[in-house]
Design a protein around this ligand. Sequence first.
Ligand SMILES: O=C(O)c1ccccc1NCC(=O)[C@H](O)[C@H](O)COP(=O)(O)O
Length: 198
Amino acid sequence: MFVKICGLRTVADVECAVAEGADAVGFVLAASPRQISVDDVARLVPVASENVLTVGVFLGQTTAEVRDVVAATGLGAVQLHGNAYTAENFAELTDLGVTLVRATSVTGEERVTVGSHGEDMLILDSPRAGSGEQWAWSGLRGQSGRWMLAGGLGPDNVAEAVASVQPWGVDVSSGVEVTRGTKDHGLIRDFMKAVRES
Ligand SMILES: O=C(O)c1ccccc1NCC(=O)[C@H](O)[C@H](O)COP(=O)(O)O
């Protein structure tokens, strides 16, 4: 099971996620209590080991701005969040050679094809990104490809969610925080343990 821990802001956050076995760490460059600067992202990317995917989360930025951030930071992946990003936007980024992640929300009933916009990975999230709100994901059963379930996951419900919809991966932010924007390393540990045991 692929695990992305999102909204990391400090060296200690990244070290913890890596030590606990996360496959990807997310840095929010969109407006958010979790937002960090481009300089901070450049400082945190090398903290992750080479086999951990470093993901920049964008919402509202143009692809030209995204390109500049990738050049300045060495991010390994770009997450374009929300339905405003088109297939053309993904095409504008393919030559960067980074992993492209699309994040969108669904009602839970429709089938969504991974790669339909040119993305390498897809995140199916709640309508309010980073809100910690659980949504009606049970209708996602049968979804295939490299897709991650997100939205209101935490140590107490991730095993049930995995058993229910069998995603390729999971993505969490609020569920491993003590207060909005501040990660709790014990909760990161608990979340990873719950995923491993699922
Ligand atoms: O996390 C944010 O604050 C955020 C803000 C703007 C766009 C995207 C954002 N997060 C994207 C993520 O990938 C989160 O991990 C995902 O929405 C799940 O969040 P949560 O429900 O809090 O676990």
